[in-house]
Design a protein around this ligand. Structure first.
Ligand code: AMP
Length: 479
């Protein structure tokens, strides 16, 4: 939080902000907390710093013509940094640890070497990619299909929340590549007749830090027992925590580490980041003001709970904005539907919990609004990373209240810089107040009906209303 020159006169958010700014400016030169350093300090040990100059084409990396053509058709003109560093190593047959964020082009970094090996020796059930969320799995599947379009690739995406029978049929057709969330894959390995991974040649663990944060460790251990030891393994992770290190020791052989991260949390230079300090009770009003400011742009609003996600989507719709919620308590088909509507542009605002923060590739997001701050700096980076992707510009604004100062300071410390306040005029914001209050009243009625209908459904399924309600207010978890 800098005391910052504002282009417009910032509204006069009284003593509290000044207090926050004062304490923030004292706090921010501090290094990241011990815990953060432990999980983030990755570049110092990476081979990246002494890497030779990066080749300029996929062909120069050793990629065969048919796959170079596929890259061209996807408009990948030059390899990204992680691709330039990891593809040659992977093509030499080495295991790879890739330290890279989503948005760096890491999917093609592991997909291209696997597809190239598959072309050399075609066989079914060749590669397995484990991903932490259903959406990320779907997205990786799409990338494999796009890159493999010219070579008749068969790819199956196996995730929780969907019927197992069609998945068992898809597995029966012997795809070349399986992209899966670990829990559901274990279900199939244990229950689906005739399905085995004994011929597997390549294993990828994508977003390994997140896989482990989400307690997929035991499922991964099981999967490792089902697959041959003679295989190549690629592990990609944004951070190298001690858990990731142990997984790496258990599953990779003499790996080469490549990294595009730095020792601090990094965001791309095309991303403008701001905060806005507001009284807690005025959060909705500021949010609506900001949404209105960015009308016509594609926006993701992040909230902390399923309840808030649903409430904000209704509030926005009541005020005439095209908003759609995305969270882990929606059915899988509703989640994909929500995402597709947003990607397709029929809704310009996606209101999401952190399930959507990691891994999703939504190329056209212009604005990220943090209505609730995330609990940790790592999640902040992933959220704001939804915009300013692949060289485009983007803006991220975090709404900070009197209750969030400490958490916000930790984020700034991790970023290693103070953000500028987003300039607003208090009068302009407050002009929205009465309409927002009216919409809040309507929203309360709709939310009541929504919760009652959920309770009824819950009871119908033999669940009690109480725990269901409590879940609505909890941070959500991905299944
Ligand atoms: P990822 O980090 O794999 O989620 O990729 C982020 C985005 O970058 C996706 O939209 C990819 O299609 C895109 N991408 C990947 N590699 C390249 C490349 N070499 N040139 C341009 N875009 C790319």
């Amino acid at each position: 939080m800098s005391g910052a020159k504002r282009q417009k006169t910032a509204h006069d958010a009284p003593a509290k902000r000044q207090k926050a700014e004062a304490s923030a400016s004292q706090a921010s030169p501090d290094p990241p907390t011990e815990e953060e350093s432990a999980t983030l300090d990755v570049a110092s040990s990476a081979d990246a710093a002494d890497a030779p100059e990066e080749p300029k084409t996929f062909k120069e990396l050793g990629i065969v013509d048919s796959l170079c053509e596929a890259c061209e058709s996807l408009n990948y003109k030059h390899p990204t940094s992680i691709q330039a560093k990891s593809i040659p190593v992977a093509l030499q047959g080495r295991d790879v640890i890739g330290l890279a964020e989503t948005g760096s082009g890491k999917t093609a970094a592991f997909a291209l070497p696997i597809l190239q090996a598959l072309l050399e020796k075609p066989q079914p059930l060749f590669g397995l990619v484990l991903a932490p969320t259903r959406e990320l799995a779907a997205q990786i599947g799409q990338s494999f299909e796009a890159l493999g379009a010219l070579i008749s690739l068969r790819c199956a995406v196996i995730v929780g929340g969907l019927d197992m029978v069609p998945q068992a049929i898809a597995l029966g057709k012997k795809p070349h590549i399986i992209v899966a969330t670990p829990g559901r894959l274990v279900d199939h390995l244990e229950k689906t007749k005739g399905f085995s991974l004994r011929s597997l040649k390549y294993l990828v663990m994508d977003e390994a830090d997140r896989l482990l944060d989400m307690d997929f460790g035991p499922s991964i251990d099981k999967i490792l027992k089902f697959i041959p030891r003679e295989r190549r393994t690629y592990l990609f992770s944004a951070t190298l925590s001690s858990k990731v290190e142990s997984l790496q020791r258990a599953s990779l052989r003499d790996p080469v580490r490549v990294s595009v991260s730095s020792s601090k949390y990094q965001t791309v230079s095309t991303l403008l980041q701001h905060y806005i300090f507001v009284p807690h009770k005025r959060k909705d009003t500021y949010l609506i003001y900001l949404v209105n400011e960015f009308a016509g742009k594609s926006i993701i609003i992040f909230t902390r709970t399923v309840f808030e996600t649903q409430r904000i989507a209704i509030l926005l719709r009541t005020l005439g904005f095209g908003a759609i919620p995305l969270h882990g308590q929606l059915s899988q088909s509703s989640r994909l539907g929500a995402l597709n509507k947003f990607k397709g542009g029929s809704r310009e605002i996606l209101v999401a919990t952190d399930v959507a923060a990691r891994g999703l590739d939504i190329p056209a997001v212009d604005v990220v609004l943090n209505l609730d701050l995330p609990q940790d700096s790592k999640t902040y980076i992933h959220r704001v990373g939804r915009t300013a992707r692949a060289g485009k510009s983007g803006i991220a604004i975090s709404i900070v209240t009197q209750y969030d100062v400490e958490i916000y300071q930790r984020i700034e410390a991790a970023l290693g810089k103070q953000l500028e306040t987003y300039p607003t005029e208090k009068e302009e914001v407050m002009a929205f107040q009465s309409r927002v209050e009216e919409a809040q009243r309507e929203t309360r009625v709709e939310m009541k009906a929504f919760l009652e209908s959920k309770d009824k459904k819950g009871k119908g399924k033999g669940k009690t209303a109480g725990p269901k309600r409590r879940r609505d207010n909890m941070d959500e978890e991905e299944g």
